[in-house]
Design a protein around this ligand. Structure first.
Ligand code: UDP
Length: 244
């Protein structure tokens, strides 16, 4: 069966809502099928436009999911609406929850040492049925020991939280060495899981202002966020071209 794809500024998004995505992923994991999933926000879409290597890597992913209200808005403006935003952090929590019920194992790679340790502590408390196959901070030069650990443990879930584009590049580079597992880049999610960074309250999320909440929490992100208005401008241009 070919899956429905929606193109937003050159990026082919899979047409999934959170419920159907989890259903599909549960099947893949329980069958031991090796899978690479990317949650792409407007920053990633814009970055992929200028980095060919990254673009090719994302084309190779099994799933590209819309993370970010901007992507949903862009898809609507282009007349091909995606069903809903599936935030990387929420997807990670849904997978941990399902894993706790189904007895899956998970490996956590990324963030500062004390952050990933705290995140793993939280996982032990909140997702009791899930087995922690191992973890490592994201400040490493050589991946050999990490790869060997994942190879031996054969986890069902591998969360890579070293920020884009590095996390997707790491997954792509090493996936061939593993037999199974769902590999997913989750950016700053361990910081949220550990409680060192707060997720925007639901109200902020509902009024599509999560980006503003994040900016207020981490003002040093302002430069990175300049790409958001650029994204909107590019979508507006693409819309004009599509209508012609
Ligand atoms: N990080 C890491 N290794 C590095 C650089 C960053 O593990 O060499 C971690 C950092 O501690 C943070 C995450 O990667 O937990 C990046 O979060 P950010 O919000 O910048 O990522 P994005 O969501 O934009 O991909």
């Amino acid at each position: 069966m070919t899956r429905k794809k929606i193109n937003v500024l050159g990026m082919e998004f899979d047409y999934y809502n959170a419920y159907d995505l989890m259903k599909a992923l549960r099947g893949k994991i329980n069958r031991g099928k090796k899978t690479f999933l990317v949650t792409a926000n407007p920053e990633i879409v814009m970055y992929a436009r200028k980095d060919e290597e990254y673009r090719e890597i994302l084309k190779d992913a099994d799933y590209v999911i819309a993370d970010g209200t901007g992507v949903i808005l862009g898809s609507k403006m282009l007349g091909t609406p995606l069903p809903e935003r599936v935030a990387g952090y929420d997807l990670m929590c849904s997978l941990l929850e399902a894993g706790s019920r189904e007895g899956w194992s998970a490996y956590f790679l990324g963030a500062k040492k004390e952050v990933v340790e705290k995140a793993v502590d939280t996982v032990h408390v909140k997702y009791k049925g899930l087995k922690v196959a191992g973890y490592h901070d994201g400040y490493f030069k050589n991946s050999d020991a990490i790869v060997a650990e994942i190879k031996a443990a054969k986890p069902d879930l591998i969360f890579v939280a070293v920020g884009f584009p590095r996390q997707e590049k790491w997954i792509y580079e090493h996936m061939g060495e593993f037999e199974k597992g769902l590999f997913i880049g989750v950016g700053g999610s361990f910081d949220v899981l550990a409680g060192t960074v707060k997720r925007a309250p639901e109200l902020w999320q509902r009024v599509h202002a999560e980006w503003l909440y994040r900016l207020l929490q981490e003002p040093k992100r302002w430069k990175r966020m300049l790409v958001l208005p650029q994204f909107v401008v590019e979508v507006a241009k693409a819309r004009v071209l599509r209508k012609k």
